[in-house]
Design a protein around this ligand. Structure first.
Ligand SMILES: *Cc1c(COP(=O)(O)O)cnc(C)c1O
Length: 477
């Protein structure tokens, strides 16, 4: 395969800078980091998110893939091409082989809809791809430097289980996961508390916000940071975002070799990490024009697309609860991406109406829609009735938004007649919702069911700084 012999100059390694510094010319260069450093930094010191300072053109690499190129082929060649000074060819391949012991699957539902199934990993959701790659990157550095680190993360359920599985038994890395007592599902709680070994679950007597506050607070304590070597595996970490771009490229390549028609990716979105990763793939040369943003009742991004006004608000609980986000963290990355596009088109960054230019650029790459809980239920029932298949509530947001938009004049104007919907979670993860709607029993895959035979173990912690620090000392000592 040609792809493996693809080479770039070492000096071309992608570097990252805070979204909040990218236009402050006088500071450019100052906060610029290589990939692995940006991974360990997590959030930029100024509160911004890491974003590539330059885009490498990988279009030659993409068209060099043949019809048998595997997900590992795509991910390792992209890793190598993006970060040649961090990983040589065999390191890139080793990294991806360790991270991805699971893959994606394309599943054709009908003429109009194909699902890109991203739930074949250990926690049954797409977050496994990002978490697993991040864990392997961190393991490599820890191994090389012989230092031990502690990952500290707060979860409302889904992120924690992907992180727990990804870091399980990683040498030199301890993981502390804080979750709100009584507010995660029984299956989610088991995924956090049953693994043991280097995975330590803290059951916090408080809300998810309390958990996040405890984590933030710990990261501001330099002494504590030093002592335990604290690092974050947060969903805003660039080390989780980059690998999510790989499955867009892999799916595009598979569809290209099948001569599928004029299709568009549709992404069920909450924090918009997944969708941002698709647009990064486009910036790196993937020949797609638009992606569809599919939102539940939390509709800030579809409203922005319509009006040009971005108004974050409090999140609303829905059936697609992993997408219940009122202020999507990756909007800052999207805004940066389209601001850079606007500047490239000649817009003046300091102009009063620069926001309009950003909005115009956004519309060249995105279209979207929000749907209600009632519609989610109807869509799950519709897919079950017509295809005898279960889809999770998040995927249902994607299939319905796709069907609606494909019927719009917008799709006709751009020639789209098919959608590839990112299927973000296994239906069994949300079996209660689906059983309610379909009246049938959803079988639970073994990799989830096994948790019910294991012993849960958690440290109960009051939501105060002192109680938390004491518990940390006891566990990590
Ligand atoms: C996290 C999650 C989403 C939302 O992904 P973002 O990258 O935050 O937009 C969608 N579906 C499922 C099942 C998830 O776990």
């Amino acid at each position: 395969m040609q792809a493996r012999t693809y080479r770039k100059e070492v000096s071309d390694s992608t570097r990252f800078v805070s979204t909040r510094a990218i236009f402050r010319k006088e500071e450019s260069g100052a906060g610029e980091l290589g990939f692995i450093d940006a991974v360990f930094q997590g959030l930029a010191p100024d509160g911004g998110l890491y974003y590539p300072t330059t885009y490498v053109d990988l279009s030659d690499l993409f068209i060099s893939y043949d019809k048998d190129s595997t997900f590992i082929d795509v991910s390792s060649s992209m890793t190598r091409a993006l970060f040649p000074s961090e990983f040589n060819e065999s390191e890139a391949r080793g990294l991806c082989e360790r991270a991805f012991h699971f893959t994606t699957e394309l599943h054709t539902l009908n003429e109009e809809l194909t699902l890109l199934e991203l739930f074949h990993g250990p926690s049954c959701a797409f977050k496994d791809f990002g978490a697993s790659y991040l864990a392997s990157v961190m393991e490599k550095r820890v191994h090389k430097e012989g230092k031990c680190i502690t990952i500290l993360t707060a979860t409302s359920g889904d992120t924690g289980s992907a992180v727990a599985q990804a870091f399980y038994e990683k040498q030199g890395i301890e993981v502390i996961i804080l979750y709100p007592s009584g507010r995660v599902s029984p299956l989610q709680e088991r995924q956090l508390t049953c693994l043991g070994k280097n995975i330590h679950a803290f059951e916090v007597n408080g809300s998810f916000d309390d958990c996040q506050w405890l984590v933030k607070n710990a990261f501001q304590n330099d002494e504590l940071k030093q002592k335990y070597g604290l690092s974050s595996a947060n969903s805003i970490n660039i080390g989780r975002l980059v690998p999510q771009s790989f499955y867009y490229v892999h799916a595009w390549n598979q569809l290209r070799h099948r001569n599928e028609g004029n299709w568009i990716f549709c992404v069920p979105s909450g924090n918009f990490g997944n969708l941002t990763a698709g647009l990064l793939a486009k910036q790196w040369g993937l020949p797609i024009t638009h992606v569809l943003a599919a939102s539940n009742a939390n509709d800030v991004v579809p409203l922005y697309l319509k009006s040009g006004m971005y108004m974050p608000k409090k999140s609303i609980p829905t059936l697609a609860n992993a997408m219940d986000v009122g202020s999507p963290s990756n909007f800052e990355r999207l805004e940066t991406m389209f601001a850079l596009e606007a500047v490239k088109q000649g817009a003046d960054y300091n102009a009063n109406d620069f926001g309009n230019f950003i909005h115009q650029e956004t519309l060249k790459s995105m279209h979207g829609m929000s749907i209600s809980d009632m519609e989610i239920k109807e869509e799950i029932a519709h897919i079950y009735k017509t295809h005898h298949e279960y889809i999770c509530p998040h995927t249902a947001v994607g299939t319905l938004v796709s069907r609606k938009i494909l019927a719009e004049a917008w799709a006709k104007r751009h020639g789209y007649n098919k959608a590839v919907v990112l299927s973000t979670a296994h239906p069994a993860k949300f079996h209660e919702v689906i059983e309610d709607i379909s009246g049938t029993q959803v079988s639970i895959p073994e990799r989830l069911a096994r948790f019910f035979d294991m012993n849960p173990q958690a440290t109960f912690v009051e939501a105060t700084q002192d109680a938390f620090y004491d518990a940390l000392e006891k566990v990590l000592g």
